[in-house]
Design a protein around this ligand. Structure first.
Ligand SMILES: Cc1cc2nc3c(=O)[nH]c(=O)nc-3n(C[C@H](O)[C@H](O)[C@H](O)COP(=O)(O)O)c2cc1C
Length: 244
């Protein structure tokens, strides 16, 4: 619909904003999803256990580029743990309560859940997993053998999804952000997602991996695959990762 983007930017200006649920005294939603008792859980190695060689940050930023083709090598659990830690790791739960994480977030709302398509992660069956950020653990969501094909198709058949060792799918939980910021919170969700993906690009570079950010996907298709209604929760950003 022509003009909808401009309307969105206008109507989310401060002049239009109504009091948020927080200012109305409604309770804060949970800081992160709890494990689903019906899903199998998996430990992740402590991210501090991976001793990376010292890196020159400016060189890393200069060298970073999008990579869509990968080597066949798998990613190790220690590398995966580091990628997750650097993108959504919870450093501390404060008394407010809120989470302090390895990425910035508007009002420390941290309104994302991370889903992961594993194609080649050592010690894990291929399939769809969910990162339990509060515990730095994983749970299996869908280990059906066609899941990679289905997610690739929903990403408009972009081959790097199928070729990746792991594909990150960040899901926005709208109310975690809107509780404080109302409709303006939608802006912040998209800004926050950029920080997360940039951290993935940089830590992946340090680990000898390449990344391709993906925003071209069939919203309804990808949300349905992840069991999301597309309104209260939706896939906001996707990124493939694989060894160079
Ligand atoms: C928001 C965003 C969405 C993107 N979506 C896609 C995508 O759907 N498919 C793709 O192949 N690359 C995608 N890219 C990668 C860009 O094409 C890439 O970053 C750009 O060409 C600049 O190249 P560089 O990252 O190597 O500097 C996306 C990048 C961003 C930041």
């Amino acid at each position: 619909m022509k003009g909808i983007g401009r309307d969105f930017m206008q109507k989310t200006q401060y002049d239009y904003l109504e009091p948020s649920d927080q200012t109305m005294g409604l309770p804060q939603p949970p800081l992160f999803d709890e494990p689903d008792p019906d899903r199998e859980q998996f430990d992740l190695p402590d991210p501090s256990g991976l001793h990376l060689p010292p890196v020159d940050l400016v060189q890393l930023i200069t060298d970073r580029r999008t990579l869509r083709r990968y080597a066949d090598d798998p990613i190790s659990p220690a590398e995966l743990s580091t990628l997750l830690w650097c993108t959504q790791g919870v450093k501390r739960v404060t008394g407010r309560p809120s989470t302090q994480r390895t990425v910035p977030s508007a009002g420390a709302r941290h309104a994302f859940e991370t889903y992961l398509l594993f194609n080649r992660v050592e010690g894990f069956d291929p399939g769809l997993y969910h990162y339990l950020s509060g515990e730095h653990r994983l749970e299996a969501v869908d280990l059906e053998s066609t899941i990679a094909d289905r997610i690739t198709e929903s990403a408009l058949s972009q081959k790097q999804v199928q070729a990746s060792a792991v594909t990150f799918l960040w899901v926005a939980d709208v109310y975690r952000m809107a509780w404080r910021y109302g409709e303006r919170g939608y802006r912040y969700l998209h800004l926050d997602a950029g920080h997360v993906c940039q951290n993935l690009y940089l830590i992946a570079e340090a680990l000898g991996c390449g990344v391709c950010a993906i925003a071209a996907y069939d919203d309804e298709g990808i949300n349905t695959l992840l069991g999301l209604d597309g309104e209260t929760r939706f896939v906001i950003y996707v990124a493939t990762v694989g060894k160079k």
